[in-house]
Design a protein around this ligand. Structure first.
Ligand code: SR1
Ligand code: MG
Length: 409
């Protein structure tokens, strides 16, 4: 009998014992230390390191509620989905997801590669760092994980088995509420609006019936379009970067949903970095240089995603009717249209809803933060309402830059 035969919420000392007893990773003589390093909204993340060899590992552990709020009661089994989605992503997109060493369905934790030599991309962008391989890596990750898990490539019965395996109702409900509903209708009274922006948001967002109608259409697409195994939370806080390396983490929201949800999340979170740099970098030369890199990155994420998607389609398509001439472009244009809608939703929800982003909340000057929020929200309305007009990378950038150039607060 071991105390790890029955689930309990582990404290750091328990994790040390767990690593000794249950992981076949450290030597018997290892001198282990542990630190809780998580700052996410949901789980507990521990790093266990052997002081002798400097070998280390990450243990991700699920509690029965989200860390951000006890209101979110969640099954501790959620990291089964997370660890298996991470393993699958590593197979489909080699090198772009951390290695998973073990999943424990009793203690509801899994052990994975320590990425201490990487940093979380959101903070790195706030610190104005550049990542020359990011576009290549993230577009490969998205094309491979999305297209290769879809009906275009997989046998339809095999795909339906995966739909079952990745059914993820509780985490999807969080997204349905926090991304698709509450930013447009504060029905659960959980929104956290920056006070100087409240009147504007009540009038221009909650009061815009056309916007609410389009958000409803997008919500029903998210609820019903089992297109591919999506990451489901692909923001810059879910991406670890080093100059020459990108690792996508945290696929706990994975399920069969619309491909555009992942693409839109990446683009929206690069736009948050743009808004941050636009209002915080004082030196004009530095500002132009960094905004220039972000702009190129945003445009290329869309354009290179398109290129690789069509290439991969031509290599991997198995579905007979999907081979019809022109169907690939028609399908891809729908993905990009969905992505534009999601850009708008993500821009709204990270400013209006419960879960904010540091790109915006770290802006200390009140007027500068208000300006950054308005750039995001005014353009968000266009991404959502006019999503059918978005095809290329420049379409995504243009609306944001035009908005920034035309508003004052
Ligand atoms: C209750 S969880 C809040 C947010 O954190 C996660 O990273 C997801 O983005 C979720 O919407
Ligand atoms: Mg996360």
């Amino acid at each position: 009998m071991s105390r790890f035969d029955t689930y309990f919420l582990m404290k750091p000392e328990d994790v040390l014992d767990y690593a000794r007893e249950r992981l076949d990773y450290f030597d018997d003589e290892a001198d282990l230390e542990v630190a809780e390093i998580g700052d996410g909204n949901i789980n507990y993340i521990f790093r266990v390191r052997d002081r002798n060899s400097n070998k280390s590992i990450i243990i991700k552990h699920a509690g029965d509620a989200a860390r951000i709020s006890d209101e979110f009661k969640l099954s501790t089994r959620r990291n089964r989905i997370e660890s298996s989605a991470m393993i699958l992503a590593g197979k489909l997109a080699p090198g772009l997801a951390p290695r998973v060493y073990k999943y424990d369905d009793i203690m509801h934790c899994f052990a994975m590669e320590d990425l201490s030599d990487h940093v979380i991309m959101r903070q790195a962008l706030i610190d104005h760092q550049k990542f020359p391989y990011f576009v290549d890596h993230i577009t490969t990750f998205m094309v491979n994980t999305l297209l290769l898990t879809s009906d275009v490539v997989l046998d339809h019965k095999e795909k339906k088995e995966l739909v079952k395996e990745y059914i993820n109702p509780q985490l999807c409900e969080i997204t349905e509420d926090l991304v698709y509903t509450e930013p447009f209708n504060d029905c659960n009274k959980r929104n956290e609006v920056f006070p100087p922006n409240l009147g504007w948001i009540e009038r221009e967002i909650y009061g815009d019936r056309e916007l609410l109608f389009e958000a409803a259409r997008l919500k029903f697409d998210f609820l019903t379009n089992a297109q591919a195994l999506i990451h489901g939370d692909l923001h810059t806080g879910s991406i670890f970067v080093r100059t020459d390396s990108t690792k996508v983490i945290d696929p706990e929201f994975a399920f069969y949903g619309p491909m555009g949800y992942d693409v839109g999340n990446v683009v929206a979170n690069l736009l948050f970095a743009w808004a941050n740099a636009y209002v915080t970098i004082a030196d004009e030369e530095k500002k132009a240089d960094y905004l220039g890199w972000l702009e190129e990155t945003i445009v290329e994420v869309v354009d290179i995603f398109r290129e690789k998607f069509l290439q991969s389609w031509s290599e991997h398509v198995t579905e007979i009717l999907a081979r019809e001439s022109g169907f690939d472009r028609w399908y891809l244009d729908r993905v990009i249209e969905d992505a534009a809608g999601v850009v708008g939703l993500e821009l709204c929800r990270r400013i209006i809803g419960l879960a904010h982003v540091a790109d915006i909340t770290s802006i200390k000057d009140e007027k500068a933060r208000l300006l950054a929020e308005r750039i995001c929200l005014i353009s968000a309305k266009e991404y959502i309402k006019k999503r059918a007009d978005f095809t290329k990378g420049l379409d995504f950038l243009r609306i944001f830059k035009e908005t920034a150039g035309s508003i004052r607060v």
